[in-house]
Design a protein around this ligand. Structure first.
Ligand code: SER
Length: 317
């Protein structure tokens, strides 16, 4: 339990990652030191201040930085892979302009540390797939992946040019039960739990044997906070760290759920998201994250299925 209030700003606090990050930060920090912002309305009478904010609204973003003077900034407002393919220019604008504005303001205002999420989407069809190396060949084909790879290079640029302490993780698909993901290629791995419980069946949009790297939300949030708390001299990667936990196919996930939800039926109707998943790695090599700041995941497939099903059956918010 930290007692030093660190003014912390979350941009995109109502999404899958932001909402869980807010919960985790409020366990460590006094509520008044965590400013949450999002395009969507947040908690009305919550424990921490909340403001409606579009990160692309330059004046409003500056205003938040000036009034709040954050020491740590988490930029989680982004458009994911599947939505990005439908709206490529919007995805580029949000993912790139949003990042550059936050980096500029962070330099100007002397922000201590910035977190920005990257993704397994930085890898492409010719990248090694099993595993994807930390610094291997990267040829992303989605606008989301292109924006993430470019963003990683911008982060490194701001670190070397301006000394900004910006840190990043390449998240795999994230499984969570409180807040759903939105517009991603890995979203099937969350939808499946909801349908298993309310309908006893699910038709997935990826083929049965599409293996992808995945992670339970608690691991993702703990990894994020551990990275942000690590001493700067331990951070040797200024683009973005590969972060692994588990990998599975839709068929393996369905098998695991069937053991806990007898009679659950799974079907497969791959759509346009199959082509995206086919470009991504099956596993990632996260040796560097383990070595630099001690990353170690705690949730495997079975533990994740158990906690997802138990929590959805009896949610504790
Ligand atoms: N979960 C993301 C997506 O599917 C990958 O970073 O777009």
């Amino acid at each position: 339990m930290s007692t030093t209030p660190t003014p912390t700003l979350i941009l995109g606090s109502e999404g899958q990652l932001g909402s869980e990050l807010r919960r985790a930060l409020l366990e460590q920090l006094p509520p008044e030191s965590v400013l949450c912002t999002d395009l969507r309305p947040g908690p009305q009478a919550g424990d921490s201040p909340f403001e409606l904010l579009d990160v692309l609204d330059e004046g409003a973003l500056r205003n938040v930085f000036e009034r709040y003077r954050p020491q740590r900034v988490y930029l989680l407002a982004a458009m994911l892979s599947a939505t990005g393919e439908a709206r490529p220019r919007d995805a580029w604008k949000l993912n790139m302009d949003g990042l550059l504005r936050v980096l500029d303001l962070s330099v100007e205002m002397g922000v201590d540390r910035v977190f920005w999420p990257s993704s397994i989407a930085v890898f492409g069809p010719d990248s090694p797939k099993d595993p994807a190396e930390q610094a291997g060949y990267m040829d992303p084909m989605t606008v989301y992946g292109i924006s993430k790879l470019s963003g990683e290079l911008w982060c490194r640029y701001y670190h070397s040019k301006h000394g900004l302490d910006v840190r990043s993780l390449r998240y795999p698909g994230i499984l969570s039960w409180r807040t759903p993901p939105g517009g991603g290629t890995t979203d099937y791995a969350v939808e499946i739990f909801h349908r298993a419980l309310d309908q006893g069946r699910y038709t997935g949009f990826l083929s049965a044997h599409t293996r992808l790297p995945m992670m339970y939300i608690d691991d993702a949030i703990r990894g994020t906070l551990e990275l942000m708390d690590a001493p700067a001299e331990q951070i040797t990667c200024r683009t973005s760290y590969n972060l692994g936990a588990m990998d599975f196919t839709p068929a393996e996930l369905a098998d695991s759920i069937q053991k806990m939800v007898p009679g659950f039926e799974m079907n497969y109707e791959p759509d346009f998201r199959q082509a995206i998943a086919d470009q991504w790695p099956q596993r990632v090599d996260d040796t560097l994250a383990r070595r630099d700041w001690g990353w170690a995941p705690r949730f495997d497939l079975e533990a994740t299925c158990r906690v997802m099903l138990e929590s959805l059956r009896e949610p504790s918010f």
